[in-house]
Design a protein around this ligand. Structure first.
Ligand SMILES: [Zn+2]
Length: 301
């Protein structure tokens, strides 16, 4: 018995040596200040102090190059028994600068909004290596399009076939060697699984439209962005969360990657989006009473 146990331990201990090509653990190499200096240095519309004032936290993951993956939670400011949770992502494609900038703009609104009813998790720059590369890239530092790397059903067969057959091996749309091969995608999936969003908003550019995956009738218009369904792709976030998890996934495509919407345009998109979310997310049932009360022993007295 003891021999068998030791043999088992030996096998377990030998696994790391056999997996010599496994990626190093993704640990953030920089703090929030350094990350904000990089982001502020790259984006004309985000000052370093605005990034620092956003109160971002470093998540327990990092990009391929060790850039921190940062997020900020905002609690609801109106009374609702069970608030809806919304996950807001910017810059999953690193060369879409306006997508990151507009999310920073909305974080300022969230900071000052007096009655907003949602519990938000905001990730303004989901692909920091792509954003900070010279020149910036759509893909991460492994050359993978993170928005094709989510584990949709039949990823292995479909994602590569799509890339070869439909995109003719467009390097900007390479889905990666396997689903979830990238640390950024794994971290984003972890956020979805731990935060349990009721809706996801992902900001892109430059198609100038509003795209939607998931249940409910799609929104028709947010500000100057009108509904135009772009279709689903193997490995995309909209396909994974919208189609497979049945979550509303709103994809905002700003019209220019390098030009921010005006403050008025940004405000209109934001306001229309909040109104749509309020009207369309189904009422959440409170948790059963036994789950909300502390474990009280009535015999104690
Ligand atoms: Zn994009």
């Amino acid at each position: 018995m003891r021999a068998r146990l030791l043999a088992g331990l030996f096998v377990a201990a030998s696994i790391p040596a056999n997996a010599a090509d496994a990626p190093a653990p993704a640990v953030p190499l920089a703090g929030v200040r350094e990350a904000c200096e990089s982001i502020g240095g790259r984006l004309g519309s985000v000052e370093i102090h605005e990034c620092l004032d956003a109160g971002l936290k470093i998540g327990d993951g990092a990009s391929v190059r060790g850039e921190p993956l940062m997020y900020r939670d905002y609690l609801p400011r109106s009374r609702r028994a069970v608030p809806h949770r919304v996950l807001l992502l910017g810059g999953i494609h690193g060369d879409e600068f306006s997508a990151v900038s507009v999310v920073f703009d909305w974080m300022q609104r969230l900071q000052h909004e007096r009655f907003q009813p949602f519990y938000w998790r905001v990730i303004p720059s989901a692909n920091p290596d792509g954003l900070l590369s010279h020149p910036a890239t759509r893909m991460n530092a492994h050359g993978v399009d993170l928005n094709r790397n989510f584990p949709t059903p039949n990823w292995k067969a479909d994602a590569m076939a799509y890339w070869i057959g439909r995109t003719r091996r467009d390097p900007r749309r390479y889905p990666g060697p396997s689903a979830l091969s990238e640390p950024e995608t794994r971290w984003l999936l972890q956020q979805i699984r731990s935060f349990h969003p009721d809706a996801i908003v992902s900001v892109h550019a430059p198609y100038g439209v509003l795209d939607y995956d998931g249940p409910h009738d799609p929104p028709q218009q947010f500000g100057y962005l009108r509904l135009h369904l772009l279709g689903t792709y193997p490995g995309s976030l909209g396909n994974y969360a919208g189609v497979n998890m049945n979550l509303p996934v709103i994809t905002l495509e700003l019209p220019h990657a390098g030009i921010m919407p005006t403050p008025a345009q940004s405000q209109r998109i934001w306001g229309d989006m909040l109104a749509w979310l309020q009207q369309n997310l189904p009422e959440k049932k409170p948790a059963p009473l036994y789950m909300r009360l502390p474990d009280v022993s009535w015999d104690a007295e």
